[in-house]
Structures are given as structure tokens and as C-alpha cells.
Design a protein around this ligand. Structure first.
Ligand code: NDP
Length: 309
């Protein structure tokens, strides 16, 4: 039987609707909407799309999102100065610096920029302060994608407590915070990475399998215990027609979409996994909309917390 589809678009819309009264209350109390500063350095095409979505979705939710552009050839100091200015502004409650930064800014640019963000305005949850608070299960701003996954599991009635969770991927923005959130919710957690031995065998122990790898269709049915919940975090643009044809059956609407656009966004999970899993997130329309909803939720939380201090 094909897996139940976990509808991230609907869950994201519900979260945004629930935020609306809190946004309105903040607006009424301080006489301005919650403010989100988005810093975009350079013109990476993927980043342009992500930022446009964030600006639109924030605006729809009553949050004032402001885009500050930095030239691709600027030194990292210009991004640091932009962040410092946003830290100091009273009308800005949240700050996000879109990744990736231009390569010319240096290997340590991302770390330097994250370190410069005021943790109270760190709506991506990437600063060491917020990462440390998460390790200790103390209140803080938590990375949006993994906290969105928890929301989706909860709203889909999937029990986390006592479940065996396997996460493939150990990045600071997805894999590690995902593991901590599941651990704090009393799952038994295993983190896998590129050096894990017998990856399919480890993945098959999972009741909840999270794929955050960045490799299209990497997780095949042999990774999945029948009936498991599979969360596909991957967002991979693919333009190789032969690969796309190999993944999707001839009648799949995804092939028609590929024919129209010449490219297709594919998750880390192979489409055939839907025949084995009990529940699965689609790509697109799974984890992605939750990431944006949690960004807005973090902005509202940051604004509320700043009012209390
Ligand atoms: P990273 O590249 O930072 O991390 C990838 C992880 O996958 C690493 O830990 C790496 O292991 C592991 N990995 C790579 N190859 C293998 C392999 N062959 N076997 C096992 N593990 C492997 O990626 P991110 O965490 O930033 O993102 C992962 C995916 O999620 C991407 O597709 C990204 O676009 C997507 N994403 C989606 C979001 C959303 O809103 N849906 C938000 C953020 C990301 P190692 O550490 O050993 O190198």
C-alpha cells in the first residue's frame, strides 16, 4: 500500500494562520509589525528564489521583512557591518543571512557572520549560543528545518517518544539539531554520515528516518523498514533527463514537469520508497514550507521575547 503523504504545505499554512493573532497583538502593542532583516550577498539563483519566498510569506503573515543586498564582490566586512547595524536597530526583531555567501568572502565567512548575529535576533538558530541552548534543552531559537519536522510529526499524530530515529546527515543546520530535538522528545537516536558502515542496515532500524544528505534519490527502498515514517529534507535541482527518467514511472506528472521546465527538484529519497514507507514527506510540498513557517514563528518568538526584556 502506498505511504500516507505528510502534507507540509497544509501544516505550514496552519502554523502561519496560528501566528496571525500573535503578530497582530505585537503590532498593536509596539505600534509596528515584527521586523525581519534578510541579508543577501551576491546573486545565487537558488538564494534569490528562497529570499523572494521568505519576503512574500513574511509579508502575508503581517511581518515586515526588509531585504538588504550586499554586492557579490564586497568583502565579508560589509556583511558583518550590515549585521551589526541590524543588531542595533530597534525595529528589527530577527536577522537572517542567506547562505551561501559568495566564495570570494573566504572559507570562514559563514562562521564569522553567524558569530556576529545577536543571539536574541538569531531566527535561523545558527549561533553558538542558540545551538548550545538546544544541546541543554533550554529555551532558545531553534533551527527552522528540524523544528519544522517536529511540528509536522506532531501535527500528523506520529509518536516520537520511544521511537527509533535514524538521521542521515550531521550538518549544523539540519542533522545535528534534528537529532537533538528528537532526543529531547525521547526518541532513541542514531546519526549517520558519509563514513557510516552498512548505512542501509542502520537506516532499516528506524521507525522515523530523516534524510538530510543533499544527494537526489539516495535513500532507496532497501534503507526503509516497511511502515516507517520517512522525512525527506533534501532539495536537489536535477537537469539530467536520464536520471529523472530512471527515478519516475513513465506516467508520473513529475516527468511532465521536467519536460516543461528542463529541471526538477528532487528529494534525497527515491520515489519507490513510497511503496515501502508508512508515511512520507513529498518534495516539493513536504519539509520546505515548514522551514519558512518556522522562520516566521521564530521571528514572532524573538519579537515577543524582546518585549519582555
Ligand atoms: P550538508 O552538505 O551540510 O550535509 C550533508 C550531510 O550528508 C553530511 O553530514 C554528510 O556526511 C552526509 N552525507 C553526504 N553523503 C553521504 C553518503 N554518501 N552517505 C551518508 N551520508 C552522507 O547538507 P545540509 O544538511 O545543509 O542539507 C542537506 C539537504 O537538505 C540538501 O539537499 C539541502 O538542500 C536540503 N535542505 C533543505 C531544507 C528545507 O527547507 N527542506 C533546508 C536546509 C537544507 P559528512 O558529514 O560525513 O560529510
Amino acid at each position: 500500500m502506498p505511504a500516507r503523504i505528510l502534507d507540509g504545505a497544509a501544516a505550514g499554512a496552519a502554523i502561519r494562520a496560528e501566528l496571525k493573532p500573535r503578530v497582530d497583538a505585537l503590532h498593536a502593542r509596539v505600534g509596528r509589525p515584527p521586523g525581519l532583516g534578510i541579508v543577501l550577498a551576491g546573486h545565487d539563483p537558488g538564494s534569490e528564489i528562497y529570499v523572494r519566498n521568505k519576503l512574500r510569506t513574511a509579508g502575508d503573515a503581517g511581518i515586515r521583512a526588509e531585504l538588504i543586498r550586499v554586492a557579490a564582490e564586497a568583502p565579508v566586512g560589509e556583511v558583518l557591518a550590515t549585521v551589526a547595524a541590524l543588531n542595533a536597530r530597534d525595529d528589527i526583531d530577527g536577522i537572517l543571512v542567506q547562505s551561501p555567501l559568495p566564495a570570494g568572502m573566504g572559507d570562514d565567512a559563514e562562521t564569522r557572520v553567524i558569530d556576529a548575529i545577536d543571539p536574541a535576533k538569531d531566527v535561523d538558530g545558527f549561533t553558538p549560543v542558540n545551538a548550545g541552548l538546544l544541546v541543554q534543552n533550554r529555551p532558545g531559537l531553534v533551527a527552522c528545518t528540524p523544528s519544522g519536522v517536529i511540528e509536522l510529526l506532531d501535527r500528523s499524530g506520529i509518536e516520537i517518544k520511544g521511537a527509533r530515529a535514524v538521521i542521515i546527515g550531521r550538518s549544523d543546520i539540519v542533522g545535528k539539531p534534528m537529532a537533538l530535538l528528537l532526543l529531547h522528545r525521547h526518541a532513541t537516536v542514531t546519526i549517520c554520515h558519509s563514513r557510516t558502515q552498512d548505512l542501509p542496515g542502520v537506516a532499516r532500524t528506524a521507525d522515523i528516518l530523516v534524510a538530510a544528505i543533499g544527494k537526489p534519490a539516495f535513500v532507496t527502498p532497501d534503507f526503509v523498514k516497511p511502515g516507517a515514517v520517512v522525512i525527506d529534507v533534501g532539495i536537489n535541482p536535477v537537469s539530467d533527463e536520464a536520471r529523472v527518467r530512471a527515478w519516475f514511472p513513465p506516467e508520473s506528472p513529475r516527468l511532465a514537469a521536467f519536460a516543461r521546465h528542463g529541471t526538477l527538484t528532487v528529494g534525497d529519497v527515491h520515489p519507490a520508497v513510497a511503496e515501502v514507507a508508512g508515511a512520507i514527506t513529498p518534495v516539493p510540498g513536504g519539509v520546505g514550507p515548514l522551514t519558512i513557517a518556522m522562520l516566521l514563528a521564530n521571528t514572532v518568538r524573538a519579537a515577543e521575547a524582546r518585549l519582555r526584556t
